[in-house]
Ligand binder design. Sequence first.
Ligand code: NDP
Length: 333
Amino acid sequence: MSFFKTLDVNDTNDNKSAELEPAENVKCLIIGSGPAGYTAAIYAARANLKPVMIQGMEAGGQLTTTTEVDNFPGYPEGVTGPVMMEDLKAQAERFGTDIRWGEVTSVDFSKRPFNLIVDQKKPFIAETVIIATGATAKYLGLESEEKFKGAGVSACATCDGFFYKEQKVAVVGGGDTAAEEATYLAGLAEKVYLIIRKPYMRASKAMVKRVENTPNIEVLYEHNTKEITGTNVVTGVTLIKRKGKADEKEVKIDIDGFFVAIGHKPNSDLFKDYIETDEIGYIKTIPGTSKTNIPGVFAAGDIQDSIYRQAVTAAGSGCMAALDTERFLAEQE
Ligand code: NDP
């Protein structure tokens, strides 16, 4: 199928095509500007692939919403997420990456070269595409959660757990991520409350066992979050126990940090008509490579990784995608 039925860049008889700017031919188009996208850009630019990067709506990706990054190799004193992304950007530009504002709004991967449109008006004809659009952490949608983002509310224990040494934290969610985050935090914090809305955990048996065997984790089954409380930073959370039941009651606990671990949404909707994903939407790659089901389209970073989701693993997979792209283009010549 083709999104380009009405937006065909080569179809001058099509009225809508008149609204489009002239198409640009590129060897390697990188979609997304997190650690995966920038690392792919650094390698692709140094290999003379003249990459063009479309930054996306959240330039710099998820890391721009975090504070200190202490676990990215090469920064012995740590670095803030936004500064690290500026460094990566500068490094990609140093080798000639052409970085553009904008968002890819439609794609046609039915034939090579691939057709893509940015901001509904700028067409690109790309010999290869690297998808590095990342994933977005899901939040509960509470007003108080929004208020304390970066001031006690986080969606990444590995990123922010360190700041809660010997303190009290809560993790919300009952899946593998929540179980993993809770056990990770239990190694740092004095006490971890695991807030689960159902009477059981969805996580794998092994993870449930780990949680149960960790003495400083207290599991609160059948609890829903009503409100995160505090003045400038988080100091507590109000929960509703057995919501909607006859014995429903409000529970208040004191905490210093509130971690949301209710899943991520991979940003793959735009590609789903062409690119194979798992049931959640993570792009499937051929194991050990960045290759998708479409030759010439590669995926890197959180868009294809539901397990590790770290800046450094994303960067590593960005490098793989650029090397796979380079080899693919060499084979075509
Ligand atoms: P999941 O979708 O598996 O779990 C999400 C959890 O959050 C569920 O317990 C769900 O509750 C809960 N939840 C969702 N919305 C709300 C809400 N509004 N309020 C309260 N709770 C809510 O996501 P995960 O990120 O945990 O896992 C995603 C995938 O990644 C899974 O396949 C998992 O196995 C995999 N994974 C594997 C790991 C590993 O192998 N080491 C590590 C991490 C993830 P409910 O159950 O009631 O729907």
